[in-house]
Design a protein around this ligand. Sequence first.
Ligand code: C5P
Length: 319
Amino acid sequence: RAFLYRLWKGTVSSKMLNPRLQKAMRYYMSFNKHGVRFRGRRKARRTRPELLCELRKRVHVRTLDGKEPPFSALGWRPLVPGVPLSQLHPHGLRSCAVVMSAGAILNSSLGEEIDSHDAVLRFNSAPTRGYEKDVGNKTTVRIINSQILANPSHHFIDSSLYKDVILVAWDPAPYSANLNLWYKKPDYNLFTPYIQHRRRHPTQPFYILHPKFIWQLWDIIQENTREKIQPNPPSSGFIGILIMMSMCREVHVYEYIPSVRQTELCHYHELYYDAACTLGAYHPLLYEKLLVQRLNMGTQADLHHKGKVVLPGFQALRC
Ligand code: C5P
């Protein structure tokens, strides 16, 4: 509980995590699987308005457009959607919800509030059916990692979870964002199922995030954190929050910063317990959350009881 209070206040450090999580973090730090070489400087003193304007200036949602090698030579140009993700809603959506898959959302009764937003973002295989009261049933965008595409157990091809929504997929690439290296050796092969799906459903908006976008987000987290963060991509949750901040005038994020319902239950839809899901081991999740906590313009009551953070969209900022 003391940890939760400090997370709400933004005064936690990785030293306060349990020894197992600290050990996992140290392992990822030394392994540096993606060859991260941070060239920026760590300056954690920006104010909320400074941080928001910095984000607006630097965060440009980018997806594969098929114009760069190796994708250009592979004939991807006509295969990717004609309208870029950033232009799907050129005038911006008014109010958007980002619904984290955390176990803490169970018994929240947030469903109605979530569905009242103009657009709702969900992650991976998180269902709504059977959980409507707590998570709502509207889904506008779904962010999926490459495992969902590559692993047959997720039934990407035929599950209704992935139909009638905007799909945004991603996979950890080398920090160098060398697309040739990435194409040869993705974490999970998302390229083949992506192409198949584009051919079968050419009208469904379906994008793959550009590795430069993902690592740009990582750089921003590190620049604004005093401690050294894990050299691995940000979580889907953080990626989703920033995509919605560029598409909506206001973004309501649910159960990213845990509410009083905080639990080690990893996902609301799965009986699996692991504190790493909420606090991070592979992903620099704790630091992402501290950054998002600093940006919150919602009330403390909403944070504690709904696990809700309210963020301005980039278009709503005066920089
Ligand atoms: O586990 P999964 O990546 O599908 O969950 C989607 C996102 O929700 C995560 O990337 C993370 O940002 C967030 N999450 C969380 N706490 C949990 C589970 C998920 O903050 N217990």
